[in-house]
Design a protein around this ligand. Structure first.
Ligand code: ATP
Ligand code: MG
Length: 663
């Protein structure tokens, strides 16, 4: 069938043409955990593939069936299997690796603590005993609202030890956000800190928690970790200090047996596109997906030191600071603070000191490092880095090249990992010993994962085109439902492209992507953000990347705003590098740069310079607010916005800049 006979409906244009390729080096391939492309063949029979991996976990009772997909979209993996995830993450390492370091904790003020697997095990058991003494038992939900200290992974694991689902609420959220999440999960206990350190400041977590707790009837007890030592009000009978709770508790506690399909945790999405959803993950499949991908995407060896800079409040921290690395017996760095405290080289100093081998961070950080300049990484010896990764947003090709050069030393492969809170673990990513990478592409679905790009009708888009990214079959770490709202789960993720009458179930991720002629996936951002200019559907990412390609630009966000002539006009918001000043001439230059790079149609109608872009607390650009600003509307939900004050500033600048796309 040729295109002329049956023209596929245009979904998203593919404008950018990035040609640089980076094949893995011979040396890397020779030592890689996976270095044969045949693994992708093995992954085609995905049930067998995942079943074959599952012996890597410690099971109490083997499953009777790998996958039950008889009631789609509700999946069950490793049916009837029994385990407790903490036995895979802790107990089984004690005999041979009890003295191995689990975490090198680095506090923001400079304090450090080294925690071995045995110490971690003992503290988890003590806290599990303590929580049990407060009445927590299997199935009860525990909310966790903390800074990044050792007690945070301990808290997750202590809940898991008891079979009590945890719901971690990022420590940067407000009282109201905490209250909503506690109430939605109906949590029985809250674990928090007196205060946490952030950018040299003390963040009053207990005080925020106290405000939230005025309206959370389900909470019976509050456990308070002493981090800064500031005295905080403690309510008699309700509140207890962590150190007092665990002090006399035994350092052993038998793990509660859970079913492979019991809930391990609930986690609310980061709210980039709207109201957060309570994503439910279970035990066996999730742990398998997290540990398999951790080991093989990051090419983890027994004596590696690995560092994921995410906060445990996000899924990245759950899967790639806690569950994946611990299941693999890995040594991780756990850093409490921000990258610019006390100076803008903090990350690089940590890498040098601990001889970090793998670094996993976010494009938002990389673009910030670009803005700060190369002098900071250049202060340090980072030759220990063997591999570097990114997650959270599409990475602009120029940011990728910068990361490769200044952080990876041109030597360390980059793994750009696409996944979501909902998917539980990495889905599309290079295997560093197999895959040739391309800057800006997450490359191809991992073995055992099925993806596709489809048009409006759900038909696959031929290679070379853009459309909607979908996942075509179940995977072990998939979300099982939205907490207390199974209908929303079905509608949100499975409603758009599934054909139940044909028993065809397709998961829609909400992201746009294109696939090039080699079958590589290039994420294009949220489909809700796609712009429609004179009938062309243009992705935000491609225009942003064309802007970031300019030598003076560090970061850019574009949105489509209503335009009487072209439908939508492209409004751009640009952050410049270091000390560059924005002016009319630079605006003209940037517009021409975009035109030259990806085409005249994508040339922004307006460009506003700003020192910062509105971001979620997880660091993602919130384009929906920029759209509100550009169309001079009341701002939508701002509760997950990290930097509220920049929005007013941008609004004032934008108001002065309303021109048409055709000007
Ligand atoms: P909400 O769903 O509430 O709007 P969110 O989608 O930002 O919040 P997360 O689950 O943390 O919450 O983010 C997943 C999303 O992040 C993906 O759907 C995708 O848009 C983006 N993303 C993550 N990794 C990548 C990547 N490597 N390349 C491109 N986009 C990515
Ligand atoms: Mg999402």
């Amino acid at each position: 069938m040729t295109e002329a006979q049956n023209e596929p409906s245009v979904t998203i244009e593919a404008l950018m043409d990035e040609q640089r390729v980076f094949p893995p080096s011979k040396e890397f391939v020779a030592q890689a955990n996976i270095n044969a492309a045949s693994v992708y063949e093995d992954g085609k029979d995905y049930e067998t593939f995942w079943e074959n991996q599952a012996d890597s976990l410690l099971w109490r009772k083997k499953w009777t069936k790998t996958l039950d997909w008889s009631n789609p979209p509700f999946a069950k993996w490793f049916v009837d299997g029994k385990l407790n995830v903490t036995e895979s993450c802790l107990d089984r390492h004690l005999e041979n690796n009890g003295d191995k370091v689990a975490y090198y904790f680095v506090g923001e003020p400079g304090d450090e603590r080294t925690v071995t697997y045995r110490q971690l095990y003992e503290e988890v058991c003590q806290l599990a005993n303590g929580l049990a003494s407060l009445g927590v038992s299997k199935g009860d939900r525990v909310a966790i609202y903390m800074g990044m200290t050792v007690e945070l992974p301990v808290a997750l694991l202590a809940c898991a030890r008891l079979g009590a689902p945890h719901s971690v609420v990022f420590g940067g959220f407000s009282s109201d956000a905490l209250m909503d999440r506690i109430n939605d999960a109906e949590a029985k206990v809250l674990i928090t800190c007196d205060e946490s350190w952030r950018n040299g400041n003390k963040i009053a977590l207990k005080s925020y928690a106290d405000s939230a707790l005025e309206k959370t009837p389900s909470i019976e007890h509050v456990v308070v970790v002493k981090r800064t030592g500031t005295a905080v009000p403690m309510i008699q009978g309700r509140d207890i200090y962590y150190h007092e709770l665990i002090k006399d508790q035994p350092k052993e506690r038998p793990a509660t047996e859970t079913d492979s399909e019991d809930t391990l945790f609930i986690l609310y999405t980061s709210g980039t596109t709207g109201k957060p959803k309570g994503i439910v993950h279970t035990t066996g499949g999730y742990l398998l997906g997290a540990s398999f991908t951790h080991k093989n995407v990051f090419d983890i060896k027994d004596d590696d030191v690995y560092w994921c800079t995410a906060d445990i409040g996000w899924v990245t921290g759950h899967s790639y600071i806690v569950y994946g690395p611990l299941a693999n017996g890995t040594t991780s760095v756990l850093y409490e603070g921000v990258p610019n405290y006390p100076d803008k080289d903090r990350y690089w100093a940590i890498i040098e000191k601990y001889k970090v081998n793998q670094l996993y961070t976010a494009p938002t950080s990389i673009r910030t490092f670009m803005k700060w300049g190369t002098e900071f990484p250049e202060r340090h010896d980072m030759s220990s880095l063997r591999l570097i990764g990114t997650v959270g947003e599409p990475i602009n090709p120029e940011a990728w090249i910068w990361y490769n050069k200044y952080i990876g030393g041109g030597r360390a492969p980059i793994v750009d990992t696409w996944w979501q809170t909902e998917t539980g673990h990495i889905m599309i990513s290079p295997l560093p010993g197999v895959t040739t990478t391309k800057p800006g592409s997450a490359t191809v679905p991992l073995p055992g994962i099925g993806a596709d790009i489809v048009d409006e009708e759900g038909n696959p888009v031929p290679w070379g085109g853009g459309g909607y990214l979908v996942l075509t079959h179940p995977w072990p770490g998939m979300l099982r439902t939205i907490f207390k709202d199974p209908q929303r789960f079905v509608d949100t993720y499975w409603g758009r492209f599934s054909k139940p009458e044909e028993n065809r179930w397709v998961y829609f991720a909400g992201d746009g992507a294109k696939r090039d002629v080699d079958g590589y996936y290039w994420l294009l951002g949220r489909v809700d953000d796609v712009m429609n200019v004179s009938g062309h559907r243009i992705s935000t990412l491609e225009v942003e990347s064309a802007l970031v390609d300019h030598q003076d630009v560090a970061e850019a966000a574009v949105v489509g705003r209503n335009d009487p002539i072209t439908g939508q006009a492209i409004a751009a918001f640009v952050t410049l590098k270091g000390h560059v000043q924005g002016n009319e001439q630079l605006i003209a230059e940037l517009r021409e740069h975009v035109a030259a790079k990806i085409g005249k149609i994508a040339r922004p109608a307006s460009i506003v310079f700003t020192d910062e872009l509105p971001k979620t607390r997880s660091g993602k650009i919130m384009r929906r607010l920029l759209r509100d600003i550009s169309e001079q509307r009341q701002l939508g939900d701002v509760t997950t916005l990290a930097n509220a004050d920049v929005v007013n500033d941008i609004a004032a600048r934008a108001a002065a800049m309303q021109t048409s796309q055709e000007d």
